[in-house]
Design a protein around this ligand. Structure first.
Ligand code: ATP
Ligand code: MG
Length: 451
């Protein structure tokens, strides 16, 4: 009887036939981040609940409704991380990373957990690629992380993403803004949702981020934070724009962006797509100058962003972008009988040590079935070993695509094959298969040696 247990609602399996896409996107993001000086940080999937309450903020949707919080067997309140910044900040403080050269640039690929209504682009377990840059107040850093996100999208060949930026000021200018917002929303007290009524006193800016249709309609006409910026915040925003222009990064100012987490100050931004439905924000981020201090550290102006990897993959799908598939089997060695099977195990071990993807029969099937399997897994080359091949130290290597055959010596095969693959890679011939002459070199696609 089939097990009647299914994956939990809002979670997703990534199957072997698809995982190359995730791997490619993650690798791309990490490698591009590295060129900007970001190094990977890994933090635990669960933390003390208080960490998120304090950093993400008590009045946010994330803390109020979306966290996976439970009491563990030691009676501690534990929460599965809903985002990556809080853990990174905790680690930055706990391990004294502030003593190292600043800015400290860290990045991560992590799973996140939020109890939300599952729909396209909105999961309960999702993944983010994120970066955090600790210890710089300069607008150059804001532009730099935006440029990093932009590079990643560009490298992946993604088009039509709109960069929207805004400034939500600092606590100084925000005090005035809060007053204005509160006055505005107070006149709609009868219509706001219950959560927003609570927010009215505690954090009226949160109302701007409410997803209820009534509240968001009211929010459309609300006072705009850009009109309340103090001189310093204004100047900062102007400089961010200047850097972006200098880096030739197009942007649109969207005064409606406030972001869903409380810790942001000054610059906030989103990369938005119209091609993946209602959940169009593929990347969101901004500055959080007060957070490190709030968490008990010294004043450390900082900033970061997070990309939703599932949304990014939806967009890649929607735009028909083909990502390079992982390596398939390069050599399959079929065998007849125990002696040949043992020899095959030795050759594949040597090939694998040299970085070649190689397989042999580990089922004990007939040669016919082995070759059928080799075809199914897309092996590029194959050979069949029996007693006579072993005794003569010779076998026929077959190019599975063209059917070309070449005789090879078994005792040096692994080394010969590796050498030729290396030469091919150096000549950029990785994809070139087959050749005129039936020698191993030609079979593997090398050019004739120069005189
Ligand atoms: P949204 O407004 O869509 O709820 P958010 O403001 O809550 O997003 P952030 O906390 O800034 O999102 O997270 C950064 C990114 O992570 C988002 O831009 C999005 O791409 C992705 N993301 C957030 N929540 C989810 C989710 N439940 N499922 C999938 N991706 C998500
Ligand atoms: Mg959200």
């Amino acid at each position: 009887m089939q097990l009647n247990i299914k994956a939990i609602k809002g979670t997703q399996d990534v199957l072997p036939s698809e995982s190359y896409k995730n791997q490619f996107v993650e690798k791309t993001a990490l490698e591009i981040a590295e060129t900007f000086g970001f190094k990977e940080i890994r933090t635990p999937v669960f933390e003390q609940t208080e960490l998120f309450q304090r950093s993400v903020g008590d009045t946010t949707d994330v803390v109020q409704k979306e966290m996976y919080t439970f009491t563990d067997k030691g009676d501690r309140s534990i929460t599965l991380r809903p985002e990556g910044t809080a853990g990174a900040v905790r680690a930055f403080l706990e391990h004294g990373l502030f003593n190292d050269a600043l800015p400290q640039k860290v990045c991560y690929v992590t799973s996140c957990y939020r109890y939300e209504k599952p729909q396209a682009g909105r999961l309960r377990e999702f993944h983010q690629f994120g970066v955090e840059c600790f210890g710089t107040a300069s607008p150059a850093a804001d532009a730099e992380i935006i440029s990093l996100a932009n590079e990643i999208f560009g490298f992946l060949g993604i088009q039509n993403l709109e960069l929207q930026i805004n400034s939500i000021g600092c606590p100084k200018c925000r005090a005035e803004y809060h007053k204005a917002l509160k006055a505005y929303f107070e006149s709609y007290k009868g219509e706001l949702c219950e959560t927003c009524l609570d927010r009215l006193d505690r954090n009226p800016m949160r109302i701007l981020d409410c997803k209820s249709p009534v509240c968001s309609k009211i929010a459309e006409e609300a006072p705009v934070v850009l009109d309340f910026l103090c001189d310093e915040c204004k100047e900062h925003f102007e400089m961010v724009k200047k850097y972006l222009e200098n880096m030739k990064i197009d942007y649109k100012i969207n005064p409606q962006i406030v972001r869903g987490l409380d810790y942001y100050t000054k610059t906030v931004f989103e990369f938005v797509s119209t091609e993946i439905g209602a959940q169009g924000t593929v990347c969101g981020g901004g500055r959080y100058d007060g957070l490190v201090e709030e968490m008990g550290g010294a004043h450390t102006p900082s900033l970061g962003f997070a990309m939703g990897l599932e949304r990014l993959l939806l967009l890649i799908e929607a735009q028909g972008i083909q990502l390079p598939e992982g390596r398939g089997c390069e050599v399959y060695i079929a065998s007849i009988g125990e002696k040949a099977s043992l020899a095959a195990s030795e050759i594949v071990t040597d090939l694998r040590s040299g970085g070649i993807s190689a397989q042999f029969d580990v089922v004990g099937r007939s040669v016919k079935a082995q070759m059928k399997y080799a075809g199914k897994i897309g092996a590029q080359y194959s050979m069949v070993l029996g007693d006579s091949e072993i005794d003569n130290n010779k076998a026929m290597l077959k190019n599975m695509e063209t059917g070309d055959m070449a005789e090879v010596e078994l005792d040096t095969f692994a080394e010969d094959f590796m050498n030729i693959m290396v030469q091919n890679a150096a000549k950029g011939l990785g994809d070139y298969i087959g050749g005129e002459n039936f020698d191993l070199g030609a079979l593997l696609g090398t050019l004739p040696q120069e005189e």
